[in-house]
Design a protein around this ligand. Structure first.
Ligand code: PMP
Length: 352
């Protein structure tokens, strides 16, 4: 009768909408507007479907090795998972095991509190300052771990390597995780610090800068000890998290460095163009070093603009949450996507 008393009850994370219509200008989930490297297509074409009867390599060596080569690490410094959401969830489970609260910003990736709840980890949300900056001293208190994205999401604000090091150095008794989902779009990665700090875990994804959100590849880089602990937990949950095809396609993507850098340059150029246009239209925003801009308009409410854009088939992201309920998060698409957005905004604002 009372079986529901034993249910693990959680309020799930709500991902951005994936519309069924194909005529939408989709600027709501920070996907890359360009396809993955042609080398990924080749890897797919070359894949022997007969291999599907076999289990995949549980260590995903081909992918781990290619990531290690790209970042000049040892394979023992790299862990891969099914999207960085999988890696992050696994890392929360592995490293955030204290009775003390873990710390993360009040405005940040809205999955962190969901993982804290599902894994029953106490947590404390630390307010960003009025310009959406992290105050490093706030992270020099007793804690069970620290996590934040750099650049932060959904603000796009990048913190310096010096500031990250200051926080890591002040917390030798905790694991500090830096979620670098958007670092390739102009930030300086804190990866070099993993040699110096055994307790620093850097997490990245193929979903944004490598155009592979649909394939689900994320990875963590850190000391051999951290990676071993992560693998111990992973192999205690599910040995075969990543399928064959994903492993070979991911490896092919990493090996095509030229394509990666070309794609990044295009996105950064369109981002800077979009910043100029949004400013001309009366939007304000903190500078973004990611593939999105978190903007509010001086006179027209974000909610009104969000709904008007949606009616025109242009999807951006809006959260009705304290401190950010007058902001829109606009992903950077192609130049044509952004011109459609600017034209629609010009009309909407003129009519408001
Ligand atoms: N971290 C941040 C900050 C993100 O915005 C996202 C994308 N929703 C992720 C992690 C997860 O991305 P994925 O699981 O596609 O790698």
């Amino acid at each position: 009768m009372n079986w529901e008393n034993n249910v693990r009850r959680v309020v799930p994370y709500v991902p951005g909408e994936q519309p069924k219509r194909s005529d939408v200008v989709k600027l709501n989930t920070n996907e890359n507007p360009y396809p993955p490297s042609p080398m990924v297509k080749k890897a797919l074409d070359d894949f022997d479907y007969g291999r599907m009867r076999l289990y995949p390599d549980p260590n995903a060596e081909v992918l781990v090795n290619s990531i290690a080569d790209f970042y000049k690490l040892k394979p023992s410094n790299v862990f891969v998972g099914v999207g960085s959401d999988d890696v992050l969830s696994m890392a929360f489970m592995t490293f955030f095991n204290s009775d003390k609260p873990i710390l993360f910003p009040d405005i940040t990736y809205s999955f962190y509190d969901v993982w804290a709840e599902v894994h029953r980890i106490p947590y404390k949300q630390i307010p960003l300052d009025e310009n959406f900056r992290i105050i490093p001293d706030d992270y020099k208190v007793e804690n069970g771990g620290i996590i934040f994205p750099n650049p932060n999401a959904p603000t796009g604000v990048l913190e310096s390597l010096e500031m990250i090091e200051e926080i890591v150095a002040a917390n030798p008794d905790s694991v500090v995780m830096i979620d670098e989902a958007y670092i390739d779009f102009g930030g300086e990665s804190c990866l070099p610090l993993i040699e110096k700090y055994e307790n620093l875990l850097v997490i990245q994804t193929f979903s944004k800068s490598r155009s592979m959100a649909g394939m689900r590849i994320g990875f963590a880089m850190g000391s051999e000890k951290l990676i071993k602990y992560l693998n111990d937990v992973k192999f205690s949950v599910n040995s075969y998290t990543m399928d064959h095809i994903t492993q070979v396609c991911g490896a092919a993507a990493v090996r095509d460095a030229d394509y990666f850098y070309d794609c990044l340059k295009k996105i950064v150029d369109v981002r800077e163009y979009t910043k100029e246009k949004l400013t001309e239209l009366g939007f304000t925003f903190e500078d973004s070093k990611s593939n999105f801009i978190f903007a509010s308009h001086k006179t027209v409410s974000a909610e009104k603009i969000f709904n008007a854009l949606k009616a025109e088939g242009i999807f951006v992201r809006y959260w009705n949450k304290p401190r950010i309920n007058n902001h829109l998060r606009i992903s950077i698409g192609t130049r044509e996507d952004m011109d459609k957005l600017i034209a629609a905004l010009t009309r909407i604002l003129a009519e408001a």
